[in-house]
Design a protein around this ligand. Sequence first.
Ligand SMILES: *[C@@H]1O[C@H](CO)[C@@H](O)[C@H](O)[C@H]1NC(C)=O
Ligand SMILES: *[C@@H]1O[C@H](CO)[C@@H](O)[C@H](O)[C@H]1NC(C)=O
Ligand SMILES: *[C@@H]1O[C@H](CO)[C@@H](O)[C@H](O)[C@H]1NC(C)=O
Ligand SMILES: *[C@@H]1O[C@H](CO)[C@@H](O)[C@H](O)[C@H]1NC(C)=O
Ligand SMILES: *[C@@H]1O[C@H](CO)[C@@H](O)[C@H](O)[C@H]1NC(C)=O
Length: 437
Amino acid sequence: MIRLIVLLQLVGLALAGPISVTTVAPARCPDGFSLLNDITCVKLLETPRLYQDALNSCKNFDGGNLASVKSEMVASLFFELCLTFIFEENSFLVNLAAVKNSVHPIWLGLICYSSANSSCNWADATGTTAGYSNFARGNPKSSSGNNVYLLTAGSSSGKWVSADGNVVTLNYFCEVPATGVETPCPNEFNESCYIYNQTLLSEADARISCQNQFFGELVSIHSQEENDHVQALIRNTSLVRIGVRTNGVGMYWDDGSYFDFNNFASFRPDTENCSAMQILQGSVDPGKWLSDSCDEKIGFVCKRLKGHSSRSPNPGPTFNPNNCYGTHYFSGQGEIVSPNYPNSYFGMGTPCTYIFTVPSNQIAQIKFRVLKLDDQSTISLYTGIEGTVPIIELTGSTSAGSGSYSSGSNVLKMVFKNEKRKYDATTKWSANYGWNL
Ligand SMILES: *[C@@H]1O[C@H](CO)[C@@H](O)[C@H](O)[C@H]1NC(C)=O
Ligand SMILES: *[C@@H]1O[C@H](CO)[C@@H](O)[C@H](O)[C@H]1NC(C)=O
Ligand SMILES: *[C@@H]1O[C@H](CO)[C@@H](O)[C@H](O)[C@H]1NC(C)=O
Ligand SMILES: *[C@@H]1O[C@H](CO)[C@@H](O)[C@H](O)[C@H]1NC(C)=O
Ligand SMILES: *[C@@H]1O[C@H](CO)[C@@H](O)[C@H](O)[C@H]1NC(C)=O
């Protein structure tokens, strides 16, 4: 059920005096799609299809897939009218069906290989249902089939049920990425994230850009499938930079990974030159690699492991905590404070997302020196950039005066949300980030 919370207190306060409200460009969806969470749009398709046909139909949309339900995470949208909608993704889908008067079950993009919830994989490659699921009692049930639908009517409305997508035809939800937002793990493949940057740069500058803008390295490629994946990201250019070099003895990848797949068109790449992948037909076939001057300014592909970052620490940027809406990146060690510190964070725009990166052989940590949250505010800590299941969620009643927390990797993500319902002059926090704290 969508809970609609009208912030009467806030409206009252807003009328009583000036209040600072940060407005942001919201994520947008294509026509007919609704925003499911910060990064995904969904649409109900009311032409019953077998599972695979439904999946193929969704893939006709740009970046499309059958919909997944990542978590019961609460998403909130802040409108100028001071209305805050708080909803769960699963309930949002049920509601979307109700709005269309659809009482029929609807395919989710989920395949289960056994009757264990950990064997169910989302079609959009965002993981399994081990962390969050909403199966009806006795499900998933592999004897009923490998596919899963969502019930949208009756007392089990919202529950997930196994069925055989080779014989059952149902309506289905398609999802596409929202525009105007950065997807956390773009172009995911085999637990890595990739980005094609069209900026024309020399090899040295491209390497720095991958490290600083993407927290990765120039792409390394380890199989024909991965090569195809990278090639498919790029269109309409002749060459694109990849991160392989040779020293005359062996070949090596910039990201330090093992050279276990060779796609050079010639047997003898140049020792003084860098490398590129041919895209449009040229001196070698598309997809093949060739030597290319390190100084030539061309587009490039960056890669990083999902949830990790290879970024080497350097002093973080100057940060104005009052302007925290969105994502802010920090590396190395430093200090961070709540918006409007040392005054209360009340009324400042959130959520604020902070990504802390430490050297790749260290564990990222945060240590609070001051921590006074009210019941309406939360600080959630996650392992990695794409983490969706918090390591811990701190809020008014559970947050101690201080504390030290560790990521499971060299990257720690922290999301601060302030629901702005209650004024309390003492609410604020300050912390050190880094490692070995
Ligand atoms: C997944 O199944 C296990 C074992 O049956 C259960 O303990 C766990 O709560 C389930 N997880 C979810 C998210 O439903
Ligand atoms: C592409 O590289 C340029 C130059 O480093 C950088 O400003 C830009 O943010 C990069 N784009 C992406 C999407 O990483
Ligand atoms: C996926 O990654 C694993 C581990 O790095 C590797 O062994 C495997 O070959 C990769 N698969 C493909 C298709 O690239
Ligand atoms: C391809 O690139 C050329 C110039 O590099 C440009 O003129 C042309 O419009 C592009 N075509 C497409 C389909 O993007
Ligand atoms: C390096 O590559 C360029 C083409 O980009 C080529 O003209 C040059 O001969 C190569 N240098 C060496 C030493 O092979």
